[in-house]
Design a protein. Structure first.
Lengths: 800, 355
């Protein structure tokens, strides 16, 4: 909502200066968004005299003018206007000035070889009128040469943001009223012109009883024999200050009243109305040409103002071209109506129109302001354009029965924490326009019709503290007491998993929860995609079913920036359905490139499955799991390389699924056209991690160590190539879990003397007893047992 | 007596000449061997008269200990010299580069969420969460947002179905609803999380992070709200004083509603939070609307309290001098390495938020 200080002061009698007003506006909830010095834009325009105008040497239609803006300096300005002549006093814009019409910033430029410093302006260029036929001619301004052309405009334009509940402040009078409530002055009486209304309007108005009729009341005034014309300067300047274009006195007056009193109006050329006004629902696919130059196709239940033939306007939103007023308009019909906010909102949304009137009606206009709007606007029209006004006629009724609220003053201190006296409360409410009767602590409040937002106790509390000032609320120090844990187990896991992954060299990414369905489908093939009905763009059209859907794309982008050895992770939601809750938190990570790239110390090698396996296992250990409980299998899913990936489950293949790891499927890598194709990934499903028993976590296990000699034995087995070594290790561990402390494979070998379908593996076994030093005999016995059991269960033979 | 002196003199003379372990061994044999000079003196003890024997024996023992000490010290010196000689040939160029490791970082959003949790933990809030996909009821209706509110438009909210029943939450406030429906009052929660709006330009992203706060009890007033936010802002920006302004505003789910501005100034092109004559809007808050409480079956005659909501990304930008919101979600390795945090940089109450 835009206004100027001088306009505000037409309603507000105050001694406060501009800064005080601005501060107070913000304090009472009318946040000042900007204060623009209109000076900045318009002060550049000077009154100037053409000393001499000569033909441009290289162009027939241009002139080179010697221009004086006072003092001795003469400026050379190239001008194309026919009326540029010696001695003419006009308006000059120097380089740096912004032309209001085009928003074009002037620079010193050569025009056909002659340098022009600035330009001479037409009325059209200054948005003063449509007149672009020649530059402005000022008469009798000889003494003002060098002075600013825009005088009264050199005041500030204030832009405040009005919250949707405060329709009343979309009029300058409403803003003034709020300021008076806060003690910043007095509200002035509205000046009204008196005039006689001796005849009835010849245009009949009716509101049809359509289903969900959007118009409750339609007030009208017929004004005949007017002489429409350009608005007087005071009105033009007001319209310009609002950022609007002056059109004609009739149109400017309706706009003026709308911004002044928050009372939208519309003026029809009465002679163009066919017979009568019918306020009705539109017919399906009815066409309507609006004042914005567009033709709209209407739907049923849109409220139109029509004559006997066709729609003349979209009620409360925009007028039509067929009855628009012109300078030669003689008779007008002035409309002041009440439309239901929901109806306006629905129609405007369907047609995608936004107008100042729509903006006000959808927030709620004072339903009791119909006659006042007609009265003031008709008065102004008669004053400026002459003519005679008819009696007002209001079809329908929007008279609002004022709401009554019984308010107990203690409610205020209960919510706000400080108290207010009934006297102070009453004073505030009365200045906001309420009628208040006080009986001890009880207030009976009659709410004014322009405040549809005030309906209950809380609204009253809000009004009171808003005006009293939020700065009066006493701060209560928070108590440092904790009754519940800050984080639950799952939340701690999320926190810890991020730190754990980052400490393993992964950089944390946060990517959209939505993604490109083409990539998402590549990764989660076979599952149903989760579409967004109104995506922001076609490449963010589904909810992601994997962290990889976005992370892969970003990995690629970073490769494009010249980085190859990258590790990224994200901890966030992935979705498996479109219903609330069909999501889970997953750690997803990608790792690409080489280890020891260009190292003088170590051999360079590619990232492999054991890098990500190691990261998965170490992270799961960080998250509180016991390494012995991690069951690794070669189960995998389609986004991984089928032979170079695996799964981790808790305790057994059937246990909760904790993670996947491995090489990303080469088909995906090739599809996405990665530069560095060596890419591995891991996913950890946090919801499947078991919540440990709190007591066990707090007290550590008993400390048991063996002081007896530890021995080691190495075995070399020849086994089927496809046999999983992890299973073999588990078999050995179980042979005597008391004595066998660890089993670990330290060599895998194929080829050479080993048969084609076999592999040779070397396993180190650490043996230690809790109650004695193992003798050679004990060790030999156990070794034999290991060889025997392994042979029985796996078919492996010991290599001699 | 003079015998012992002679032995000492002779030993002292000889040991200075020793320069190898072999010659040291020879010296040892010469004095302590089977026929060594010291050994012989012990053998002669019996021949010394009774009255002088005791004194002689004592002198002899002293001499023996002294010479032994010298031999041991000499041995140590020789060994040290030997090692030092060997080390002369063992050299690495320590200025060569170290083994390369990948350095991981924590995203600023995660860091700030941890900071926030740490701050609110101190005053007894616990963390609550809810799903990203929400019902229209939890996201709007239960929060007293009218059917016709512009936020419900397709160009503001992402919907999963044309009938607008299921959507991506536009704020973290539906978690208030979930918490109050599932638990009994009092409520004291913070809710950090992802939120979504159909908006995308330099200063808006279609996904961003919000922090919601809710404190409902029997006597929670706007004074508590002020105190809570004052505490949070000071702790978060790690400053003693913050100029703060509550400004009346309007939200469907709170009444009275306020927006909070904090003071700032620009110094050397950097923003200084807490003082200065400029105002920066950082959050919205208010007393929970009784309609919201009624919707979750909490009696507004018995319970009341406050709620607030703020942008986590924006807090991160302000605190850490980050200019571009979009960059948070672009996973640029360079940006993340620059603005990310060391994984060991865990914000805690006892050691403070930052290192």
């Amino acid at each position: 909502m835009i206004f100027t200080f001088s306009w505000l002061k037409e309603h507000l009698d105050t001694k406060a200066n501009e800064n005080q007003i601005v501060d107070q506006l913000t304090n009472i909830g009318l946040e000042v968004e900007s204060i623009k010095d209109s000076k900045n834009e318009l002060a550049d325009f000077k009154i100037a005299k053409i000393i001499k105008a000569e033909k441009h040497p290289n162009a027939d239609k241009l002139k080179v003018c010697d221009v004086s803006i006072g003092g001795n300096k003469i400026l050379k300005v190239v001008c194309g206007a026919k009326n540029a002549r010696d001695g003419l006093i006009t308006v000059y814009a120097p380089p740096g000035a912004i032309i209001p019409k085009t928003k074009f910033k002037l620079t010193i430029a050569k025009i056909r070889g002659v340098e022009s410093s600035g330009m001479l302006c037409s009325e059209s260029e200054l948005n003063l009128s449509e007149d672009s036929d020649g530059i402005i001619e000022l008469k009798g301004k000889e003494k003002e040469i060098g002075k600013n052309y825009f005088k009264s405009n050199s005041e500030k334009v204030i832009d405040i943001s009005v919250t949707p509940n405060r329709a009343d402040c979309l009029g300058i009078r409403g803003i003034a009223r709020d300021l008076t409530a806060s003690g910043l002055g007095k509200l002035k009486k509205i000046k009204k012109n008196s005039y006689t209304q001796s005849f009835a309007s010849p245009i009949k108005v009716s509101i049809t009883k359509d289903k969900s009729q959007g118009c409750l009341a339609f007030g009208s005034c017929y004004i005949k024999n007017i002489k429409n014309q350009e608005s007087p300067k005071w009105l033009k300047e007001k319209i310009l200050a609002l950022g609007l274009k002056p059109i004609s006195a009739v149109v400017d007056i309706t706009n003026y009243v709308m911004f002044d009193l928050n009372r939208p109006l519309h003026a029809y050329d009465a002679d163009k109305i066919k017979k009568e006004i019918i306020v009705r629902n539109a017919k399906e696919n009815e066409k309507f040409e609006a004042l914005d130059g567009k033709t709209y196709t209407l739907q049923k239940e849109m409220c139109v103002i029509a004559d006997s033939k066709e729609p003349l306007g979209l009620g409360g939103i925009i007028g039509g071209t067929s009855t628009s007023t012109e300078f030669d308009t003689k008779n007008i019909l002035l409309e002041s109506a009440y439309f239901l906010p929901e109806s306006i909102r629905k129609t405007a949304r369907q047609l995608n129109i936004n107008t100042d009137a729509k903006y006000r009606f959808e927030r709620g206009i004072d339903p009791n302001s119909i006659k006042e709007g007609l009265e003031i606007a008709a008065g102004l029209i008669l004053k400026i354009c002459g003519g005679q006004a008819s009696k007002f006629y209001v079809a329908g009724s929007a008279i609002n029965k004022n709401k009554i609220i019984n308010f107990n003053i203690e409610k205020f201190s209960k919510v706000i924490g400080i108290s207010i006296t009934p006297k102070e409360a009453s004073k505030i409410l009365v200045s906001l326009g309420c009628d208040v009767k006080t009986n001890k602590n009880k207030l009976v409040i009659i709410v004014p019709s322009w405040r549809p937002d005030i309906t209950n106790d809380e609204d009253i509390v809000e009004e009171l503290i808003r005006i009293k000032g939020f700065d009066k609320i006493k701060t209560v120090e928070p108590t440092k007491k904790r009754e519940k844990e800050t984080l639950n187990f799952r939340q701690k896991l999320i926190h810890l998993s991020k730190r754990s992954m980052a400490s393993k060299g992964y950089t944390e990414a946060v990517t959209w929860s939505f993604t490109d369905s083409r990539i998402d489908t590549m990764i989660a093939s076979g599952e149903k995609k989760i579409e967004i009905y109104n995506p922001i763009s076609s490449d963010l059209d589904v909810l992601r079913r994997s962290i990889f859907s976005n992370l892969l794309v970003y990995l690629k982008k970073n490769q494009g920036r010249g980085y190859q050895d990258l590790s990224f992770f994200e901890v966030g939601p992935v979705f498996f359905g479109k219903n609330p809750g069909e999501q889970q938190v997953v750690i997803g990570a990608l790792k690409s490139g080489l280890v020891n790239r260009k190292s003088w110390l170590e051999k360079e090698r590619k990232i492999d499955a054991f890098d990500v396996k190691s990261d998965v296992i170490k992270t799961l250990i960080d998250l509180g799991l016991n390494e012995d409980d991690l069951y690794v299998s070669n189960n995998t899913k389609s986004c991984y390389h089928p032979g170079r990936s695996g799964s981790i489950n808790l305790k057994s293949e059937k246990g909760p699924h904790l993670a996947y790891f491995g090489e990303i499927h080469p088909a995906i890598i090739s599809n996405l056209d990665f530069k560095e194709k060596n890419i591995y990934g891991l996913e950890i499903f946090l919801k499947n991690l078991p919540e440990p028993n709190k007591k066990i976590r707090i007290s550590k296990k008993n400390y048991i160590v063996s002081d007896f000699q530890k021995s080691e034995r190495d075995f070399a087995f020849v086994i089927d190539k496809s046999y999983l070594i992890g299973n073999l290790e588990n078999i050995i561990k179980k042979i005597d879990s008391d004595v066998i402390q660890s089993v670990s494979t330290f060599d895998v070998f194929e080829g050479g003397s080993i048969p084609e379908n076999k592999k040779s593996i070397a396993i180190n076994v650490v043996l230690q007893s809790k109650n004695k030093t193992l003798t050679e005999q004990d060790l030999d016995q156990l070794s034999q047992k290991i060889i025997q059991v392994v042979k029985e269960k796996t078919g492996a033979t010991i290599r001699s | 007596m003079s015998d012992l002196n002679n032995i000492r003199l002779s030993f002292n003379q000889k040991i200075t000449a020793v320069n190898s372990k072999d010659s040291l061994q020879n010296l040892k044999t010469e004095f302590f061997g089977k026929n060594g000079l010291i050994t012989s003196q012990f053998k002669n003890l019996g021949t010394i008269s009774q009255d002088k024997r005791k004194e002689f024996a004592s002198d002899l023992n002293n001499l023996k200990n002294d010479l032994n000490d010298q031999l041991e010290k000499k041995l140590l010196d020789l060994e040290t010299a030997e090692i030092n000689e060997k080390l002369k040939g063992e050299r690495v160029d320590v200025t060569l580069p170290i083994r390369s490791t990948r350095v991981g970082k924590i995203h600023p959003v995660s860091q700030v969420i941890d900071e926030i949790a740490s701050i609110f933990s101190e005053i007894g809030f616990s963390l609550a969460e809810g799903p990203d996909v929400e019902t229209e009821y939890n996201n709007f209706t239960a929060l007293n947002t009218p059917e016709s509110h512009p936020a419900r438009d397709m160009h503001d909210t992402f919907y999963l179905e044309e009938n607008k029943k299921i959507l991506l939450r536009t704020h973290t406030s539906p978690v208030q609803i979930r918490t109050m429906l599932n638990e009994k009052p009092p409520y004291k929660i913070i809710v950090p999380g992802r939120t979504y709006r159909c908006d995308s330009d330099q200063t808006h992203a279609p996904m961003f992070h919000q922090l919601e706060g809710l404190h409902i009890d029997k006597d929670i007033t706007m004074g508590h709200l002020k105190g809570c936010l004052d505490y949070f802002i000071k702790e978060f920006f790690e400053v003693k004083n913050v100029k703060m302004r509550f400004r009346p505003s309007h939200f469907p789910f709170t009444e009275p509603s306020a927006e909070v501005d904090i003071g700032y100034r620009i110094e050397n092109e950097k923003i200084v939070i807490g003082e200065g004559d400029q105002w920066l809007e950082i959050l919205g808050c208010g007393m929970v609307h009784p309609n919201v409480l009624r919707n979750v079956k909490v009696d507004p005659a018995k319970y009341q309290g406050f709620a607030f909501g703020m942008g986590i990304d924006r807090l991160a930008m302000l605190k850490y001098g980050i200019n571009d919101l979009r960059a948070f979600f672009e996973t640029d390795y360079r940006w993340l390495s620059h603005f990310g945090f060391d994984p060991l940089d865990v914000p805690t109450n006892y050691k403070g938020l930052s290192r």
